[in-house]
Design a protein around this ligand. Sequence first.
Ligand code: M6R
Length: 614
Amino acid sequence: MCGIVGYIGNKQAYPVMIKGLHRLEYRGYDSAGVAMINDDGELNVYKKKGKVTELENFAKVQDISGTIGIGHTRWATHGEPNDVNSHPHYSQSGDLVMIHNGIIENYASLKEGLIKRGHTFRTQTDTEVLIHLIEDIKKSESMKTGHAVLAALNKVIGAYAIVVLDKNDPNTLIAAKKGSPMVIGIGDDEFFIASDASPIVEYTKNVVYLEDEQVAIVRRGEEVKLRTIKDKEIPLYVHELEMELEAIEKGGYEHFMLKEIYEQPRSVKDSMRGRLNAAEGKVQLGGIVDHLGKFKNAKRIMIIACGTSWHAGLVAEYIFEEYARIPVEVEYASEFRYRNPIIYPDDVVIAISQSGETADTLAAIELAKSKGATIIGVCNVVGSSIPRASHAGSYTHAGPEIGVASTKAFTAQVTVLTLMALHVAHAKGTIAESRYRQLLYELESIPNKIEEVLKQNDLIKEIANIYKDARNALYLGRGYTFPVALEGALKLKEISYIHAEGYPAAEMKHGPIALIDEEMPVFVIATKGLNYEKVVSNIQEVKARKGKIIAVVTHGDKDVKGMADHVIEIPETDESLVPLVSVIPWQLLSYHIAVMRGCNVDQPRNLAKSVTVE
Ligand code: M6R
């Protein structure tokens, strides 16, 4: 987590950095800070607890001039969120300042050594230790060439994306990364450094993605130089950004989350674009075509992910097992890596991640890779760490997702995983041609069906108004809609802070039914399909205990309508594709409830968009 920006060029650095920090605020918003060197060679550092606007309010009466600077928005790990623990952090002399995203795991032992050498520390952060270490090494190694930084990084265990600014050299920024993302934008006589491309896209489309253990020496008027921390020179490879500026702006919506919910007809279409041709019965997933043999021979698929991506993985489990007839295990990445899992070289491991930077998922990939498994990444952010760590994969192409609560990423992930499963099933011959074609046609119609559900927004808002003060909520689903129940509950709790649980509807009677009373809203998906009658019985069980039922039903449903307190009708679709349509009401419901409760929808407390710490 944490967002970092850096600028060096002809413009004033502060406005570029503040705009960039606002765009990166999704990565953390416990505090923010900037450092600039003005034309008189003075280093000015301003930091404030709270959001970027707090910093702006403070800085507007300060000297914010200078054409070189670094900025940071923090998600606290070591040290409480306050002004002092905010980044940038100073070295012992105060000449060097640094911003950091990541965790220096061996900071305590490094700190001990530095204290013995006379260093004193002002903060409780791990970051401060690293900038002291760099200054310590600077006595014998050059700062200008990046050698002091790379020598220090050789002593570090942990993850970092750092940018260092030296008061005595207003023409150089030194950046480095391992485990946390970093992009360098190359403009005309100016350079931008950021955690992702969103602060850069407005100025240049030419970017360099720094790889792990690389150090970039960014000097005014010179070409960027790259070295590894083992001091090997690396050629510069400049990519062209595909992102457009409009994609990272709110476009008239009150919140990014609402914009992203409404974008789903388009984002789902984008995730299928060029990949699905129902009329010809074709699925083309260029990214995995060379690995189709691995899928066909796999005795098992393991899916690793966190949060919403893990829910998408659960949907994929049902689809892969049903159509490709391959056993699937879905694992929380954070558990997988700490339990000595059995992984075979012929296992296919699918790693799902919106950001492509989730530390637990990355670490799980490395573990699976070390055992010889084939890693297939399903990620949204192009060029992020997980696709680069994977053997192959497919991007979800949902476009930038900025709201911390994941919405369009989920539907895009499920779409791509469905295409993948059908592709493999067809190649293996485990799905009948007619069923295959039927599903492809149905998949093509999903964007229109999502559009239909979005038209129910007013009704969903009314329902939200009735249940906005609930203290607890239960979400139920069965079969393909069980993961949607989990996802609905996660959405509600993360943005409205209402305690919610997702359960398989039939499991309710094994415990959660004890919670049901007239206060308890129960959100059920009761669409037509294999389990419909069973879910209807589960609804009756809730009603018999005076629980309130809010049901998502298939258009035209009569049975549930007769017993539920509220129903939201969605268009009929194939049971395997119901998650794509039935999740929309739960996204809208949690959005409206959170707004009505006065919660910060796009930046819920304690959370960050990319969880780059383990
Ligand atoms: O970027 P990723 O998909 O790897 O992120 C995984 C989770 O951190 C993420 O889905 C999180 O649970 C969201 N806040 C859910 O809305």
